[in-house]
Design a protein around this ligand. Sequence first.
Ligand code: SAM
Ligand code: SF4
Length: 477
Amino acid sequence: MSIIYHPEQYKIPDKPKESFIDPDEIWDILNAHQEPTREQVRAVIAKALDKHRLSLQETAVLVNANDPELVQEIKDAARELKERIYGRRIVLFAPLYIGNLCINDCAYCGFRSTNKKQERLTLGKNDIIDQVEALEDAGHKRLILVYGEHPRYDARFIAESVKIVYGVKKGNGEIRRVNINAAPLDVEDFKTVKEAGIGTYQIFQETYHKETYEKVHLGGVKKHFDWRLTGLDRAQEAGIDDVGIGALLGLYDWRFEMLGLIRHVNHFEAVYNVGPHTISFPRIKSASGFEVDEKYDVSDEDFTKLVAILRLAVPYTGLILTAREPEHIRDEVLQYGVSQIDGGTNIELKGYTSDKEEQDLNQEQFEINDNRSLNEVMEDLVGKGYIPSFCTACYRLNRTGEHFMEFSVPGFIKRFCQPNAMLTLAEYLEDYAPVTTKEKGYQLIDDNLKTYEDPKFKDKLVDRLERIKQGERDLYF
Ligand code: SAM
Ligand code: SF4
């Protein structure tokens, strides 16, 4: 295994795997589908509603549809597809920042090496335990661990922190799935991290436009576009088939990034026969010493439209939205197919045990816009008829490709996802919810139980819910 001491010593081959992104191809496709006709847009929407994956060309048709009536039709179609296929379950998680040391110089990030104002911190074992206990006390079961890129955060360090997190059990609390957002590794190092039992390994390409990429990644390993682009290929080679991709919106034209994301999905499908588990599309936010450049600003209108397009274009991929977005945007795009959100988020190092109310950008990576507690988010979701879920069943039963199954296996959502969401919601209501949330939550569970017609299955589900009330935990289908 490589131990990394200095940027120059990172194992970046002279010629990393060939890039599968061709900027001219993407621009040609976007330009060839400018001002699509109503018929063209409607034909693409109809194809998506028929549960077909969209091509780059078809995605470009939707991206270029600007007539407000057609945009509304795209959003309505995404809402319909989401309701029809995925139902009303929303998976909840929280980010946990492990360390903000970083050798890279990403212009937009508070953790960049040249930002001398940033207070640097790496959580030790006891710090991690304290943070995880606080997260368990709030009711969390799924975390994503976030790291800067630094010799100290090598594969063994990452694996060790994952193991520490899994080992923390407070009361009925436990973390059942740990995802990772960290720098790309080499194959051997990915294997080390995999052995710690991770869920998804997420790497955002930030921008698929190489020229822009090189302008904003000014130093460190991350300035190598192809090393990062092929990072998740090395993860696949190491046996990590559960990967998440993403683009940081606001660095370049969002329409290009959309096609970049779809091209990345195509690459995975072609080479590994399975698409990425999740796609993230964070909009860039102010950070310590960094103000967002308006040139590539993605308006709310474009942002909500692009989420709807992603739902239609890659119907079986999970879509993640984070607390970077304010409540009203989260509410809107939840309807179009976002399947995972964070709740009760704090991105300050050691933030989950701090009682500070205001964000201090010198202690955090960027600004967030949804400061609600996990319970506030839960109560809001329940009030709107969504079933918040902490389910980790597929991953633990080795049912990989879960989104694909949700999407393509008839009855999968009804048989597995929805009941498991109800079971994890019941655990939350028993262990962590105040009385008002508990009442509303059980009402929602009862309403959903009524939709189960198969008496045998319904009995099983009712029995498990009852066992949770009696104190059993971690029951799932
Ligand atoms: N250091 C690792 C890396 O760069 O991949 C992993 C973690 S980094 C802390 C996580 C993600 O935060 C980055 O991939 C980037 O997309 C996002 N990010 C960085 N600065 C941001 C900003 N100012 N606003 C919104 N998101 C930002
Ligand atoms: Fe470091 Fe990641 Fe921030 Fe870049 S985005 S400065 S690599 S933490």
